[in-house]
Design a protein around this ligand. Structure first.
Ligand code: SF4
Length: 840
């Protein structure tokens, strides 16, 4: 029995075999009981159910494993007991023996910080399973929805990554890791609502969902459609089928029929049938549905609407009797809408998807966006220049206010804009998901649309998800589009995931924010090459060694060290890395072949977990570089060209011919085997620029590289020891920066990048290393730097550096060897060290 500390100091005990293990690794059908508190915030129904369970546990048939209790958070948008309080109560009463818990976490009444606090409480309590939901619109209170299901799943993924990244290497086997699930509804009856559900399901998996729970619904064709779609789309996570005891014992059938429980559908015919039946018939239908889900391949069922344990076991016993032979009951499990969209016909053949003509609104949006707000068009540049001349870029002043107020009424009129200031109209195909959606979600839709595509929370409006789907579909060609081969617009819709809006921008002008890159479109001023997977970093190197020592299946079998590497890859990708570097040279010092073999494995891992961010294969060994490059392209899926670090003047004739077979970019490292002839016995700026030209000419002139595929690295010297020993000799930083300036202003090498390994600059400094790196990047950008091997978590280039640190770096950038400049740099460094001395 694993244990942890509960929120109120109560020892939380969780099941011996977790829900995750049961869902992924056993033949028995997992059963989850969905339990809610009673009227007056009472624990009674839950307590009664679990007390009976303790007494009659052997009434569960052998084919089923009653594994967990699911705890909704204020279902139906009505305030109820918090799942955390229920867990606390059940533990205190000892009612969870052997059972796991699955609390629902929703975004309806908590902002992002409150959700983090809630998750951290679960983490402290040892709770691992969570069902991540957008949540129902609150019935009486204001909904929050700062995050929705995708934002919540990304947040959970980040918490999981941080747990590994912060752990000591010896503790990696005991890390708390959330096992997040998500909801999916196959019970939608318009093409738009249904395809949006399937697309969102795929996005939920991409954001970290590790299992799915279906919405309630009574249509076996739809249940089967879900499994068929998942197979076709390569979605391979366990599914828990939702089985709700639809019974006149509660008002639920009528409420679902009357659209009082958004997202749940009971047809006229089903309501009439249920009202004409006895409770035994209701139990029979639930049992048939359990058997159906089992036979279709669900890993488990989530049984809701039953707070009577005897009834619960009767459902399971009857389902066990039916076994796999559920098909005779198809008629009793088929209650579709009158106008019903099915993705596959009776023979399992997929139908065509719509390709409507763009609406007037869509055409108007596309035209005006292209004319004034597309950075590739002159209209954007002219508009931006004019707004800058008028001083509107400052975000204050009379002109800005005038523009902002005009923008507000105009966008309200056209798009129901609610002034979030961080506009996603282009991502949402010209539609606003704040003003246009009852929940104001970043990633619409939720699962509440009615069978005819109206919003389940406001029947007077079409669900924004429907409108977005149609706008997206209208972007594609009018060729046959199918689920397997969607048109261009639908393919974009299928994969686009909007990040959470920046709350600080609310009520500011979204157009000004966009024009001057203050919103989510803000790009890092440098191409970021994530440096974290480097065997010479002590902690990472130790974990890499442990992983390697696990043997033949080390890189495929789950383990603490492998989770750590996954966290390193995923966190860098999430932080906006443009490349993820892997350097294993420390392993090649004694055994060169080991570094070669390991690079094969790490390239595969980056390909698997980086969400499309290409690898940077970083090594001083050409064998490692070549092996990594070949492995990157050994994939069946399309991959972006990787970056090779590095190619030198004396290795280029070996490395550059590989371009014929493998497309790649490369770092041209400006070092030479020839004796330097510059001042102080090192290479002069002229020599370094000469090397760059040599590499450029061979790469572009002979081997067919494009200039933008070349990243010149003039090498970084630590500031702390960058002191010329003789007068008249410039500093290394000066040389590095001047080389960048010369390369970037050379018309013949137009288009190349300049990159540096930024962390080297702060080696041996006593403190404020991140701040100095920030200043170093800012100063180097002034000279033309546009790429860097960096710690992506620090987002260099997007935060202003401290002025005194910028001054310090500036002194080194100008250290040309004169007595005056040398004196100034030494003085500033002495001040810096004095101010940042560690107490002895
Ligand atoms: S408009 Fe659509 S996505 Fe928004 S709340 Fe209504 S049903 Fe949900």
């Amino acid at each position: 029995m694993a244990s942890g500390e509960g929120r109120a100091g109560v020892e939380i005990q969780v099941a011996r075999v977790s829900l995750a293990e049961k869902l992924t690794g056993q033949d028995k059908c997992v059963v989850v009981a969905e339990l809610t508190g009673g009227p007056g915030f009472s624990f009674d129904p839950i307590e009664k159910f679990l007390t009976a369970c303790r007494e009659k546990a052997d009434a569960i048939p052998a084919a089923f494993d009653f594994a967990a209790v699911a705890l909704p958070q204020s279902p139906g948008g009505a305030a109820n007991i918090e799942p955390a309080a229920v867990i606390h109560f059940l533990q205190a009463k000892g009612l969870l023996d052997g059972l796991d818990v699955l609390p629902h976490v929703t975004c309806k009444d908590m902002n992002a910080d409150a959700i983090i606090s809630s998750l951290m409480s679960y983490k402290r309590g040892g709770i691992k399973n969570v069902l991540a939901l957008t949540g129902d619109k609150p019935a009486k209170a204001a909904g929050v929805f700062e995050l929705e299901s995708l934002g919540l799943l990304r947040l959970i993924k980040r918490i999981n990554s941080e747990s590994y990244l912060r752990a000591k290497p010896q503790a990696l086997g005991e890390i708390h890791r959330f096992f997040p699930g998500a909801a999916v509804s196959p019970f939608k009856y318009t093409e738009a609502s249904q395809m949006q559900q399937y697309y969102k399901m795929e996005k939920k998996i991409a954001c970290g969902a590790e299992f799915l729970v279906t919405q309630v619904g009574w249509d076996w064709r739809k249940s089967l459609e879900l499994f068929t779609y998942m197979k076709q789309a390569g979605v391979n996570v366990p599914v828990i089928g939702n089985v709700y005891l639809l019974s006149t014992l509660t008002p639920a059938p009528r409420l679902m029929h009357d659209i009082k429980l958004p997202g749940c559908f009971v047809s006229d015919e089903l309501l009439a049938k249920v009202q004409s039946e006895r409770i035994d018939d209701h139990i029979e239908r639930a049992a048939q549905q359990v058997a159906m889900y089992r036979a279709m391949g669900a890993a488990g069922v989530d049984i809701g609407g039953v707070h009577d344990f005897d009834m619960f076991t009767r459902i399971l016993q009857r389902a066990a009797e039916i076994g796999a032979d559920w098909e005779p009951f198809k008629e009793n499990l088929h209650w579709p809408a009158k106008e019903a969209f099915y993705l596959y016909d009776d023979a399992g053949v997929q139908g065509r998807l719509i390709t409507p003509y763009p609406t007037f609104g869509k055409r108007f949006f596309d035209f005006s966006h292209r004319a004034f707000l597309d950075p590739d068009h002159t209209g954007f540049r002219a508009f931006r220049k004019m707004m800058a001349l008028l001083g509107a870029d400052a975000g204050r002043g009379a002109i800005y206010k005038l523009f902002n107020s005009g923008e507000k009424w105009f966008k309200y009129l056209l798009f129901e804009c609610e002034e979030c200031g961080d506009c996603f109209l282009p991502e949402n195909f010209g539609l606003c998901t704040i003003g246009g959606c009852e929940k104001g979600m970043d990633n619409a839709p939720c699962g509440d649309a009615t069978v005819d595509g109206m919003c389940g929370n406001n029947l007077d409006r079409v669900c924004i998800g429907e409108r977005i789907y149609e706008a997206a579909a209208s972007e594609g060609s009018r060729d046959d589009a199918t689920a397997e081969r969607p048109n261009r617009g639908l393919e974009r819709l299928r994969t686009i995931i909007n990040p959470p809006r920046n709350p600080a921008l609310q009520h500011t002008s979204s157009i000004i924010n966009y024009l001057f890159a203050k919103d989510h479109t803000m790009k890092s001023p440098i191409i970021a090459i994530g440096e974290a997977i480097h065997a010479s970093i002590p902690k990472t190197g130790k974990i890499m060694k442990e992983l390697h020592d696990l043997g033949a299946d080390a890189y495929t079998k789950p383990s603490g060290p492998l989770q750590y590497i996954q966290a390193l890859i995923e966190s860098q990708a999430d932080e906006g890395a443009d490349y993820i570097a892997v350097n294993l040279d420390a392993f090649g010092e004694d055994n060169p072949q080991q570094a070669v073999d390991m690079m094969v494995e790490y390239v595969k891992l980056v390909r698997k977990w980086s969400h499309g961010v290409p690898v940077c294969i970083d090594s001083s060994s050409d064998d490692v570089l070549m092996t990594g490059l070949k492995e990157w392209y050994a994939a069946t899926e399309a991959v972006k060209p990787p970056l090779i670090n590095s190619v030198k003047v004396y290795t280029m004739e070996k490395m550059l011919p590989l371009k014929k077979d493998y497309d790649f970019s490369f770092v041209g490292l400006l070092v030479s085997e020839e004796r330097p002839t510059g001042p102080g016995g090192s290479h002069s700026v002229d020599e370094l620029v000469g090397m760059a030209r040599q590499i450029f000419e061979r790469a572009v002139g002979h081997y067919g590289f494009r200039p933008e595929q070349i990243f010149f690295d003039s090498t970084v010297f630590p500031l702390a020891i960058d002191m010329p020993m003789e007068p008249g000799v410039p500093g290394y930083t000066y040389r590095t920066f001047e080389t960048i300036k010369r390369i970037k202003s050379d018309p013949q090498m137009k288009g190349v990048h300049c990159s540096l390994g930024i962390s080297n600059s702060v080696r041996d400094l006593p403190a404020r290393r991140i701040g100095v790196c920030r200043a170093y990047v800012a100063k180097a950008i002034e000279y033309g730097l546009d790429a860097g091997i960096v710690n992506t978590a620090h987002q260099y280039g997007s935060t202003e550096p401290a002025p005194e640190l910028l001054k310090l770096v500036d002194a080194y950038a100008k250290l040309d060897g004169s007595v005056e400049k040398t004196g100034k740099a030494m003085e500033l460094m002495a001040d810096f060290c004095r101010a940042n001395r560690k107490p002895s």
